[in-house]
Design a binder for this molecule. Structure first.
Ligand code: PRP
Length: 206
């Protein structure tokens, strides 16, 4: 039996792999530069593959992966039938509304919002009774207010450097974000002898 991990490519995967290595798993053929997508540890117990972060929940829901490591932002944006077992406290950042400091949000007037997170943005402004036009973007979201595409953005802020370098500021904080360990609902029952100790080991690293 093998435990398959789906990891969100990028910052989260880097930290998640560090955690797996700290737990004693050795992935001989893994290097950051590798274009390979699947890596198996030397004991053949654990395998991980790298996917785009929005795809992690569906890989786990469908059972293609037993465990997934992905940001809470992705789980909020792409809800899935999985068990959220652990807050790994890695990849910590904040979901924020950002824009120009001297142009605070004028509630009541229709707001144009650029974001990679339309579900989160819609829900946030909806609870405030604010009508919004959401423009779904796939990256470089900070550009939207700079060139007049939107009034503000909803995005994650980690170091704050991207906002700072583009003359933008956090206007409102929506919630804290960090990476979560999610588990397939069937695997938790059928592979519990393997999954339980892995989760316990992860807990020791927190
Ligand atoms: C994310 C996010 C911000 C930036 C925040 O983008 O969408 O643009 O990181 O990080 P910071 O506060 O540390 O600057 P990402 O790097 O994933 O690239 P993208 O714009 O291509 O989505």
């Amino acid at each position: 039996m093998i435990i398959r991990f789906a990891l969100a490519k990028g910052r989260v995967a880097k930290k998640a792999i560090e955690l797996l290595v700290a737990l004693g798993y050795i992935f001989e053929d893994y290097s950051e530069k590798s274009r390979k997508l699947i890596f198996t540890d030397t004991t053949g117990t654990v395998e991980f593959f790298l996917v785009k972060s929005p795809d992690v929940p569906i890989y786990v829901e469908k059972g293609a992966a037993d465990i997934g490591i992905v940001g809470k932002d992705v789980l909020m944006e792409h809800p899935a039938q999985v068990y959220e077992m652990l807050n790994l406290n890695i990849g910590r950042c904040k979901m924020c509304v950002a824009g120009f400091k001297d142009r605070p949000i004028l509630y009541g007037k229709k707001l144009v919002v650029g974001t990679k997170y339309p579900v989160i943005a819609k829900e946030y402004f909806h609870t405030k009774g604010q009508s919004v036009d959401i423009i779904k973007l796939n990256g470089s979201v900070e550009l939207a207010p700079l060139i007049g595409l939107s009034d503000c953005i909803v995005d994650i802020v980690e170091s704050g450097n991207t906002l700072k370098e583009n003359g933008l500021n956090v206007l409102e904080e929506i919630c804290d974000i960090s990476s979560r360990l999610i588990v397939n609902q069937v695997s938790l029952k059928t592979k519990h002898e393997l999954i339980d100790p892995i989760i316990k080991e992860f807990k020791t690293q927190l």
